[in-house]
Design a protein around this ligand. Structure first.
Ligand SMILES: Nc1nc2c(c(=O)[nH]1)N[C@H]1C(S)=C(S)[C@@H](COP(=O)(O)O)O[C@H]1N2
Ligand SMILES: [Mo]
Length: 180
């Protein structure tokens, strides 16, 4: 209920009624909070209460009571274990830092120097941002890593965390092969 949370009850998506799998007829969406604490689908009723007075579904299953989405980036191309032609290759993916905004996304190949990526236009600080990087790949097996920095100046930590209790952390890493 915070005025600046931009929380909403969503009844449509892409100009159409919500698809059943995404919560038809109505769901909650709260930018900046993970789905498991905020994005109830197939909403039928709501109870006004406080964090202290109510154990939500996932809290009873050892997930965090309040969970802010962590600044994160993801590699979508190449896919894990994909074979791509050696030489010039465009890697791509998305990054997000809700309520903060993405400042930059960097990638590195085989533990080499971090290199900047090109970012798509920012719709607003809550939406995902696409990135792309042009790589020059020698033939052989490669490891690609990605990390994002948000506008508070925070760069994603390499230290891994499991999704439970309050969201995964670490650098998304893809192993793939460039064939001659
Ligand atoms: N009713 C209901 N709503 C739910 C869940 C659920 O298990 N039941 N899972 C939540 C979680 S963990 C996430 S990540 C999002 C996923 O929403 P999506 O399927 O639209 O991507 O829904 C949330 N809303
Ligand atoms: Mo989730």
């Amino acid at each position: 209920m915070k005025p600046d949370s931009d929380a909403l009850l969503a009844i449509g998506m892409n100009g159409e009624p919500l698809p059943a799998e995404h919560g038809f007829p109505v769901r909650m969406v709260v930018p900046g909070l993970y789905g498991f604490v905020s994005a109830t689908k197939w909403l039928v009723d709501a109870e006004l209460t406080t964090f202290a007075d109510f154990d939500a579904y996932w809290v009873k299953r050892d997930w965090a009571r309040r969970a802010l989405i962590k600044t994160m980036s993801r590699i979508d191309r190449p896919k894990a274990f994909e074979q791509v032609p050696a030489g010039r290759f465009v890697a791509a993916g998305v990054a997000w830092a809700q309520h903060k905004g993405i400042d930059k996304v960097e990638v590195r190949v085989d533990g080499g120097p971090w290199q900047a990526t090109a970012l798509s236009t920012e719709v607003n600080v809550d939406t995902w941002r696409m990135w792309r990087a042009e790589l020059e790949l020698p033939a052989g097996s490669h490891t690609l890593e990605v990390r994002a920095t948000d506008r508070t100046g925070y760069t994603q930590t390499s230290e891994r965390a499991e999704p439970i209790p309050d969201g995964a952390a670490g650098w998304h890493t893809i192993v793939f092969t460039a064939r001659p």
